[in-house]
Design a binder for this molecule. Structure first.
Ligand code: NAD
Length: 367
């Protein structure tokens, strides 16, 4: 049905897909619809120079389709950088399903989505993300081999969160070494925002090292459970960002470093798991640098999850995944050095290394 809004006269009012703010020379964007199951999904393939575009599927109740499109564009681009900086032979991709994972998701919908993935013949490989689970990936596996994040019982790498948390912990230690001269976190005051799958394991590592931990979560029960288990304090004040802490670990949502918070943050180090922590990469990255706050780039230090699922493709196990994830410590230190020597933000430095790897591969491939 052609709606009033899409008459030829009005078409110019709609931003074209390639003109979206988040569009960054993506190779392919696939809109998927299945009438029988109600599936509406978008697969974003950002860059496949280093390998197939791997990234999870997010199921979210987007306010509208433009929001979903921008999310998949932004997230798939982020995956290109994450895999490139982590030395993986993977490109960047991501998928979004429009809907409420709690009420709209059905096995039939997941299977229909799996068939769309299969139609891309390996150019895009999926995994779990917000709103999708390991059992969803096991189900998708029945219709396509281009899926990772399979359960250990079915021969996969299982829950990636503990590996992600370990990488964040390594990145945090490196950032502490850079900023405080020692990577020993004993006695350091750390604020962990978000005590979900990654946040909890991060708290565990920090408590084992003797850090003084404060936690915050919109879920009171979750926060209380984690605080009790690891002897952390629950944040009580009005303003989380002005908390008197040494290290701030954003492990909930993205964009918490924004116009409103960037000058209020008291922590000297920021190192957390959330994707896209800086609302504006250029502006807020620069302000953090000017304020002398050591920011460990999110896509670098939260790469443990993808390093873990990569094992399903190139056939390594948990031990190797942890070893490779430990290397995030060294890479983070390299990024701080490069940023200082070239007067870049740490995010710019990390992106420059990732882009160089992609350019070098292009040259090797004669492109
Ligand atoms: P999760 O859903 O298990 O946990 C998120 C927690 O944050 C929940 O407990 C939720 O209640 C809390 N939360 C939400 N909004 C909040 C707010 N405004 N303030 C405080 N708490 C809030 O998710 P996760 O798997 O632990 O992932 C955490 C973050 O790390 C996400 O941004 C995710 O995209 C990112 N990440 C996760 C992985 C992974 O392996 N799980 C890998 C890379 C990046």
């Amino acid at each position: 049905m052609i709606t009033e809004f899409t008459t030829a006269k009005d078409l110019h009012k709609i931003d074209p897909v390639f003109g979206q703010a988040s569009f960054d020379n993506h190779e392919q964007i696939v809109f998927c619809h299945d009438k029988d199951t109600g599936l509406k999904a978008i697969i974003g393939v950002h860059n496949t120079v280093l390998g197939p575009a791997l990234g999870g599927t997010r199921m979210w109740k987007y306010a509208n389709e433009w929001e979903a499109l921008n999310d998949v564009l932004r997230l798939s681009r982020g995956m290109t950088y994450k895999s490139a900086i982590s030395g993986l032979n993977l490109g960047g991709g991501k998928a979004v399903i429009i809907g409420d994972a709690k009420t709209d998701k059905t096995p039939e919908m997941m299977l229909a989505f799996g068939r769309f993935i299969d139609s891309l013949s390996g150019k895009y490989i999926t995994a779990e993300d917000v709103g999708t689970t390991t059992p969803d990936m096991d189900l998708i596996r029945t219709v396509t081999k281009n899926v990772t994040g399979i359960s250990e019982a079915n021969g996969g790498s299982g829950n990636p969160s503990p590996v992600t948390a370990y990488g964040v912990y390594m990145g945090m230690k490196a950032a502490a070494k850079y900023k405080f001269g020692s990577d020993n976190l004993s006695g350091k005051k750390v604020l962990v925002q978000g005590t979900g799958h990654v946040g909890e394991t991060l708290v565990k590592h920090l408590s084992e090292e003797g850090a003084t931990i404060t936690v915050s979560d919109i879920s009171q029960s979750r926060m209380e459970e984690v605080a009790k288990k690891y002897g952390a304090t629950i944040f009580e004040g009005d303003d989380l960002y002005t908390a008197d802490v040494d290290i701030y670990a954003p492990c909930a949502l993205g964009a918490t470093i924004n116009d409103d918070t960037v000058y209020r943050i008291q922590a000297q180090v920021i190192a957390g798991a959330a994707n896209n922590q800086l609302a504006n990469e250029q502006v807020h990255g620069k302000i953090l640098r000017e304020r002398g706050i050591a920011y460990a780039p999110d896509f670098l230090i939260n790469a443990g999850g993808i390093i873990n699922v990569y094992g399903e493709i190139v056939n390594y196990g948990k031990e190797e995944a942890m070893k490779r994830t430990e290397n995030i410590y060294n890479t983070t230190l390299e990024i701080f050095d490069l940023a200082d020597s070239k007067n870049l933000t740490t995010l710019q430095a990390a992106m420059a290394i990732a882009e160089k790897r992609i350019e070098d591969r292009k040259k090797e491939n004669g492109k």
